[in-house]
Structure formats: structure tokens, C-alpha cells
Design a protein around this ligand. Structure first.
Ligand SMILES: Nc1nc2c(ncn2[C@@H]2O[C@H](COP(=O)(O)OP(=O)(O)OP(=O)(O)O)[C@@H](O)[C@H]2O)c(=O)[nH]1
Length: 351
């Protein structure tokens, strides 16, 4: 997972750390009487410096300071211009959108260039922390809690899934049905992909395996009618959630996009989730925006993250669309679904 991105960021970390080492100078003794919180030092080191239980703080702190805060650095733009340029190229090669790549480079520059910084025990950590903070900020755009959302609405909650062919829409619906069922929610699936031969059978197999109700019509039928029937069934049976599959379609197919609008007009959804594969990179981000023009999309599911070496779509999509990532697909099994958590994601990149 994200191996190419990991390697690129690790190369940047090394180059930037070497530059910091080149510029590092000893801290002057008279700079301060109290220890400052330094960059790149661990929690334990901070505790050692600040003291924890009001013990003889000052004498010990001075000693600790002499041991830990022995160097500092100040970088100017010219020192790191080439390294930051390489970072930007690496981010773009990882399929991170241009505006997102620029933001990350600007954040790192602001954090590490132009001001005096103390060096703790680990130069690499100073660089890693700056990168982590920026990527975390970018990915935290409109974070959304799916479970709280479901609980906050009147039943049945109607969720419509949209996206192009073959990206994992049906599998994601099955995974979410499985997850909701494990949380004791009653689920109805609407077999709204009446267009592709075999799609109804495919979702029927999932519904049976998971043990949830499926509402289906004939192949070629009106998907808006299928979703309508599923919502009526859910209302009549006091079900919690309706998960509505739709046929995969290119965002450029005007007729199919009009059909999607009809589905949403007939049974206004509480949530429209755009499904695409993380491996599609920038294409997935662009498609999310184009689908959003046809039917207002509330969030994304990125599938096949397990097979994605670049991480670009996952890093960019929420920032560019202004809509949260709701779930990540991490494999082909029902359990391979992860409620999106930016901190977990950032930890994966730097693990
Ligand atoms: N590795 C991996 N494979 C996945 C994931 N999600 C789905 N797949 C696989 O992707 C393929 C396509 O998934 P489907 O769910 O059939 O895709 P779809 O979007 O419903 O396709 P259409 O019915 O053509 O619209 C299947 O082989 C799935 O097993 C994932 O998170 N990781």
C-alpha cells in the first residue's frame, strides 16, 4: 500500500535532513534560562526537560537542555529550493492534484524555512512531522462520521451509490450492508443496476450471503422504480437503511446521467456516495467533480486502496471536491472496509 509514495517521501526526508545537518550550529549558552519545547523531540524527552511532578525543575532542566538542545538551524529558501522542487515533482508523480501538491510544499516550507528551529534527538522527525501535519490537514477536509450520520436521521436512511463501471460499487454496497448488519441495523438493498447483464444476480448473491432483503425488477427495468420500491418496503418494514446500487456509467453519458437524476428526484436520497478506485489517481478526482455536477455528491468511497502504490487520489479527493472520504476499500472481502480516518491514513504513509 502506497509503496511508491512512501519511498518518495522517505527520499525527501533524507535530503532535507541532510540539509538541516549541514546548517546545524550549536545553541548559544545564554539564549534562555528556561528550556523551550523543541522540534523533533519525543514526549519522554519533553517530560524530562519540563519535569513532571514539580521536582527540582530548574537545575535538572538546565542539564537536560545542555544534553538535548545542543543544536539549532535556520534555513533560507535558497538552501532548500531544489529539495522542495523535487518534493513537488514527487507529489505530482504520485498523482496528487497540483493545488494539493503546492499546498503541501508551501506548508512544509512555512514550517521549516526562514525561522530558527532547535534540533532535538532526530532530524528526520522534524521533517516527517511537518509533512504529516500538512497531509493530515489536507485530508481532514469535511471529515464525516458515517455511523453518527445514520443514527441522526429518521428511518429509513436512503443511500445512493454512483460511479463508473467496474470500480467496486457493488462490492462496496455489500461491505457496507455487512457492516451495518453487524451493528444490528436492518438493511434493504435496491438492485438499481438494471442495465448491465448479470448485475442483478451479482448483488442478489451478496444480499443472500449477508442475509439482507433485496428489492429487484427485471433487467432493463426503470432503476428509479426499483429504488422507490425499496424505500417503500423499508418504510413498511421499519428498516434502518436502504442501499441503492446504480448502473456504472461514464459521466459523459447524458442519458444515463439523466437517469441518475430521475432516481434522486423520485426518491430523494439522504446521502449520495461516489465510488471510484484509488488506483485511478487524478482521474478519480476529476470524475468525482463531474458526477457532482449531475447529482450533488456528499462523499466518496475509494476502493482498491490495497492495490494503490501512489496514494494520490486518497490525498487529493476530499480537498479538491470539498466532500469527505467516507470509506476506503482495502480488499475483496466484506471486512475489507475502513471508515475513513485521516490520522490512520497518514500513519500508513509513514509506517
Ligand atoms: N483489491 C480490491 N478489489 C476490490 C475492492 N473493491 C472491489 N474490488 C474488486 O473490483 C472488482 C469490481 O467490483 P464490482 O463491485 O463488481 O464493481 P462495480 O463498480 O459494481 O461494477 P459494475 O457493476 O460494472 O458497475 C471485483 O472483482 C471486486 O472484487 C477493493 O477494495 N480492493
Amino acid at each position: 500500500m502506497f509503496n511508491k509514495l512512501k519511498n518518495k517521501l522517505s527520499g525527501f526526508k533524507q535530503n532535507f535532513s541532510s540539509k538541516i545537518e549541514d546548517k546545524a550550529t550549536p545553541v548559544e549558552e545564554s539564549s534562555s534560562t528556561e528550556p523551550e519545547v523543541a522540534e523533533g523531540i519525543s514526549f519522554q524527552e519533553k517530560e524530562a526537560v519540563n519535569g513532571t511532578k514539580g521536582e527540582n525543575k530548574t537545575g535538572f532542566a538546565h542539564k537536560a537542555k545542555a544534553l538535548v538542545f545542543e543544536r539549532e538551524f535556520i534555513l533560507d529558501e535558497a538552501d532548500v529550493e531544489d529539495i522542495l522542487w523535487e518534493l513537488e515533482m514527487s507529489l505530482l508523480e504520485s498523482d496528487i492534484a497540483i493545488s494539493v501538491s503546492e499546498k503541501i510544499v508551501t506548508d512544509v516550507k512555512q514550517e521549516l524555512v526562514g525561522s530558527r528551529k532547535k534540533i532535538g534527538s532526530n532530524t528526520g522527525k522534524i521533517v516527517e512531522d511537518a509533512l504529516k501535519k500538512s497531509i493530515h490537514d489536507v485530508m481532514s477536509a469535511n471529515v464525516f462520521d458515517f455511523d453518527e450520520f445514520i443514527d441522526s436521521l429518521e428511518k429509513p436512511v436512503n443511500i445512493v451509490f454512483v460511479g463508473i463501471n467496474g470500480t467496486g460499487k457493488t462490492t462496496s454496497i455489500a461491505k457496507i450492508a455487512h457492516r451495518l448488519k453487524a451493528m444490528n441495523k436492518s438493511v434493504v438493498i435496491a438492485a438499481g443496476d438494471t442495465f448491465r447483464a448479470g448485475a442483478i444476480d451479482q448483488i442478489a448473491v451478496h444480499a443472500e450471503r449477508i442475509g439482507v432483503k433485496l428489492i429487484k425488477h427485471q433487467e432493463g427495468g426503470d432503476p428509479a422504480a426499483v429504488v422507490y420500491d425499496a424505500v417503500q418496503y423499508a418504510k413498511a418494514h421499519d428498516s434502518d437503511v436502504v442501499l441503492s446500487d446504480t448502473a456504472g456509467r461514464m459521466h459523459t453519458n447524458v442519458n444515463l446521467m439523466a437517469q441518475l437524476q430521475k432516481i434522486c428526484r423520485v426518491s430523494p436520497p439522504d446521502l449520495v456516495l461516489f465510488v471510484d478506485e484509488a488506483v485511478a489517481g487524478n482521474d478519480a478526482v476529476e470524475r468525482a467533480e463531474q458526477f457532482n455536477e449531475a447529482v450533488p455528491v456528499d462523499g466518496s468511497i475509494l476502493t482498491k486502496t490495497d492495490a494503490d502504490s501512489k496514494g494520490g487520489a486518497a490525498i487529493s479527493i476530499a480537498y479538491i471536491t470539498g466532500k469527505p472520504i467516507v470509506f476506503l476499500g482495502l480488499g475483496q472481502e466484506y471486512e475489507d472496509l475502513k471508515k475513513f480516518d485521516p490520522r490512520w491514513f497518514v500513519d500508513q504513509i509513514f509506517s
